[in-house]
Ligand binder design. Structure first.
Ligand code: NAG
Ligand code: NAG
Ligand code: NAG
Ligand code: NAG
Ligand code: NAG
Ligand code: NAG
Ligand code: NAG
Ligand code: NAG
Ligand code: NAG
Ligand code: NAG
Length: 712
């Protein structure tokens, strides 16, 4: 009965809310400017009288109509409809006429997105003389034949989106009245052919999106687009592209042909038109994911023709993406006069890179990753003074190509990971004044000596995953600007006072994932600027006194995943600034924390996956909570089962129990009771605590045992 009443009330109230524009959803956002949310239909809106009719003011009425049904129509208030300037409608209309648009001669923006429309009958926009933008994306429209026919041509029409629909064909006259159109989005449809030149009247079009269709041939469809700037054709089935396909190819600023079936590059593809593009503009040519094997010399005549026409110097820069092709061969003058600033040739089949250096003067980004390179020609690089980001990863280099990089003084990132470099005798390059990052990881280096005046400006060096077994063979003491060094994943077995030949300025050192079993006292003595030291995943069993001597500002120390069974906090005495210590996963039985009692600084210690006793843990937590100690026992991942206090796992001292029967110890209920007791115990004073805990526990043990028996 009660349920029925509730349902009735709900139905009643929802029908009350429905079918109008609630007062609290009508917002006046400016003079004669409104934002209104309506449900089901549009009615009951009273605009200020001065804003009505043919007002002197710029009237803006933005209406969002929710849950509009297909029978939604102009109600008692047709005048209201003529006032609307922006209309966004959400509903479910597989078939519709949109007849409510008939009187909306002030409408500028219309959004009917994601309304499941399959078919729109007639020409619903024919009276929208003021319309500027129409967005019909995310529907299932396939037929657009008569959609954009008008009584009076809408002179301000700016953009139309039909993206994410089901259009297969575009009739020749579909857009013929829209000569003012600037942007047209037809992406994500099933368009196969453009035979009837459907864009021939769009002489003002600047942006055309045809990406993610099934176009094989453009059939001259883009010929009249004399003002086109941005053309998106990614993910189609185009095999051939040249001047014949689109005569305005050289005017394009964005030209995305990636993910098609192009095999050859026409020499006219790269030249940009100096006159049509504004000074210092950047053109993007995207040809990744095609089947290109060969880059021919650029057609110099075409360039020169464009150039001669301009009297003042105009700069037009190019970003070129040729990644994910099958390029084996680049001709010497392939990039002539393009003023390339960025070139991506990653994932190709290059065995060398020999191009005219004069064409690479402006290059800031060069990606040669994942090719078959085993050498770099000095000459190609000799003029690349602007190179900042150089990716040579995943190739077959056996040496560091510093000769080629000797003229570059702007390098910020040099990536040579995954090559075959076994030894390095020099690093004669100069990095950017702001400092450089060099990634030499995943090679076979066992030694590296960088003398003074080499690798100038090197700030960060990755040597992880190499073949370093003796840290002493990595000598970087003269790298005065080096602050971060990664030597993880190598084969270092021990460290003594002379092992780390590293610069004083280093603040981050990673030697995790090695085989270190012993660290002698004062091993880090010279690294007095170190703030983070990672020693996790080694084989340390013991930490001797004096090991961390000199690390006076160290803040983070990671000793997790070692085999340290017993640890005396006095070994950390020198680490006055330490704030984070990870001891996770060591199997630690004993942690003597007396050495931390006098600390001035808070110290969080991660203790996941150890074997510390609950007595110890309870005391350490109490001492911290009461401010007796600044050492905060903690875990990265609190545990929910087993023995724990505040999510920190600990071990019950079995031998102290009166009935240490294995049968009862494995009982989950017993464990939970013990845990609850432990948590309660924490509240007790630290002096009384130990005594009480044992007696309570023993008591509980008896009771639980009894219950278990009774229950059974
Ligand atoms: C709109 O309709 C959906 C179901 O079609 C319903 O869940 C939702 O509550 C309705 N919203 C309003 C504001 O009436
Ligand atoms: C389309 O352009 C052609 C000329 O290219 C012109 O004859 C025709 O009138 C235009 N159509 C419309 C509807 O403007
Ligand atoms: C490309 O240009 C270089 C340098 O001018 C020339 O040696 C080479 O023969 C040209 N390639 C072709 C196929 O013309
Ligand atoms: C283009 O910009 C450069 C500076 O970047 C300037 O020297 C040159 O005169 C400019 N050209 C024109 C046509 O404004
Ligand atoms: C290159 O191809 C791979 C898969 O083959 C793909 O994951 C990646 O996104 C492609 N890169 C570009 C730039 O298209
Ligand atoms: C170079 O290209 C590869 C593969 O396309 C990509 O993973 C890598 O991030 C690029 N390098 C840079 C520095 O952008
Ligand atoms: C170098 O490239 C690899 C992948 O190829 C990437 O994981 C790494 O982050 C890059 N290093 C730098 C410094 O960009
Ligand atoms: C270190 O960097 C400073 C600027 O921060 C620079 O003046 C100096 O030459 C650099 N020294 C080395 C050895 O790279
Ligand atoms: C790694 O270095 C050791 C000597 O320390 C050498 O015997 C071994 O061959 C090297 N491994 C590789 C893959 O270069
Ligand atoms: C804790 O100690 C027990 C034996 O007392 C041992 O079986 C277990 O592996 C240890 N746990 C860890 C994480 O080392």
């Amino acid at each position: 009965m009660r349920e029925v009443t509730i349902i009735l009330v709900l139905l009643f109230s929802s029908s009350l809310v429905a079918a109008f524009c609630p007062l609290d959803k009508i917002h006046r956002v400016g003079h004669c400017s409104y934002r209104i949310v309506c449900i089901n239909t549009i009615s009951d809106i009273n605009l200020d009288s001065e804003c009505q009719g043919s007002s002197n003011y710029n009237v803006q009425v933005d209406v969002i109509l929710q849950n509009a049904s297909d029978t939604f129509h102009v109600g008692a208030d047709p005048e209201l409809f003529t006032m609307i300037t922006t209309l966004s409608i959400h509903g479910n209309w597989p078939r519709t006429e949109l007849s409510f648009l008939d009187n909306m001669y002030r409408l500028r923006n219309l959004h009917i997105i994601n309304n499941n429309i399959q078919q729109i009958f007639n020409s619903p926009f024919q009276n929208l003389v003021s319309v500027e933008n129409i967005d019909l994306s995310y529907n299932r429209i396939s037929n657009i034949e008569d959609l954009f026919q008008f009584e009076t041509r809408p002179f301000k029409m700016h953009s139309i989106s039909l993206a994410h629909n089901s259009i297969v064909e575009i009739p020749g006259y579909a857009f013929e009245e829209l000569s003012s159109l600037v942007e047209l989005d037809l992406s994500y449809n099933y368009i196969r052919e453009l035979r009837e030149e459907p864009f021939s009247n769009l002489t003002n079009l600047q942006v055309l999106r045809l990406n993610n269709n099934k176009i094989k041939d453009l059939n001259g469809a883009l010929h009249n687009l004399l003002n086109l700037r941005h053309l998106y054709l990614r993910s189609n089935e185009i095999q051939k592209f040249d001047m014949g396909t689109i005569n305005t190819i050289n005017h394009l600023e964005t030209f995305d042909l990636s993910k098609n079936l192009i095999e050859t590059i026409d020499p006219t593809l790269f030249p940009r038109h100096w006159k049509h593009l504004s000074n210092n503009s950047i053109c993007r040519i995207m040809l990744s994911d095609n089947h290109i094997a060969h880059i021919p010399n650029a057609s110099i005549e075409v360039f020169e023709r464009f150039r001669r026409n301009s009297n003042k110097p105009i700069y037009v820069f190019t970003k070129l993406d040729l990644s994910n092709n099958s390029i084996t061969n680049i001709e010497y003058n392939a990039f002539s006069l393009m003023q390339i600033i960025s070139i991506d040739l990653s994932n190709n089949r290059l065995t060398d890179f020999i191009v005219n250096a004069d064409d690479l003067i402006y290059v800031r980004y060069l990606n040669l990753s994942s090719n078959y390179l085993n050498r770099l020609y000095y000459e190609s690089f000799s003029s690349m003074h602007n190179l900042q980001n150089f990716d040579l990863s995943h190739n077959y280099m056996e040496y560091f190509p510093d000769q080629s990089l000797s003229n570059t003084h702007s390098l910020k990132y040099v990536n040579i990971t995954y090559n075959d470099i076994l030894e390095l005798h020099s690093l004669r390059i100069t990095f950017h004044p702001e400092g450089g990052y060099l990634d030499l990881s995943n090679n076979g280096l066992s030694s590296l000596i960088i003398p003074e005046n080499e690798a100038i400006g090197l700030k960060e060096l990755a040597l992880n995953s190499n073949n370093i077994s003796d840290a002493y063979l990595i000598r970087l003491t003269d790298q005065h600007n080096l602050t971060r060094l990664d030597m993880s994943n190598n084969f270092i077995v021990e460290l003594d006072e002379s092992s780390l030949q590293l610069p004083e300025k280093l603040d981050y050192l990673d030697i995790s994932f090695n085989d270190i079993y012993r660290i002698a006292p004062s091993a880090f003595i010279r690294l007095n600027n170190l703030q983070t030291l990672r020693l996790s995943h080694n084989q340390l069993k013991v930490i001797d006194h004096g090991v961390f001597r000199g690390l006076s500002i160290l803040m983070n120390l990671d000793l997790s995943f070692n085999e340290i069974g017993q640890l005396d906090s006095k070994v950390f005495m020198d680490l006055k600034m330490l704030s984070l210590l990870s001891l996770r996963n060591n199997g630690l039985n004993i942690l003597d924390n007396d050495g931390w009692l006098s600390r001035k600084q808070d110290l969080t210690v991660y203790l996941d996956d150890n074997n510390l006793s609950c007595t110890w843990l309870a005391k350490a937590l109490t001492d911290f909570n009461r401010g007796y100690s600044r050492m905060h026992p903690s875990v990265l991942k609190p545990v929910l089962t087993g023995n724990s206090i505040q999510g920190i796992p600990c071990k019950q001292e079995v031998q102290n129990l009166e009935y240490p029967s294995a049968k009862y110890m494995t009982d989950e209920r017993l464990l939970i009771i013990n845990q609850n007791i432990l948590e309660a115990v924490q509240e007790q004073t630290s002096l009384l605590r130990k005594f009480m805990w044992h007696s309570i526990l023993q008591d509980a043990e008896r009771k639980t045992a009894l219950n278990v028996v009774q229950f059974a």
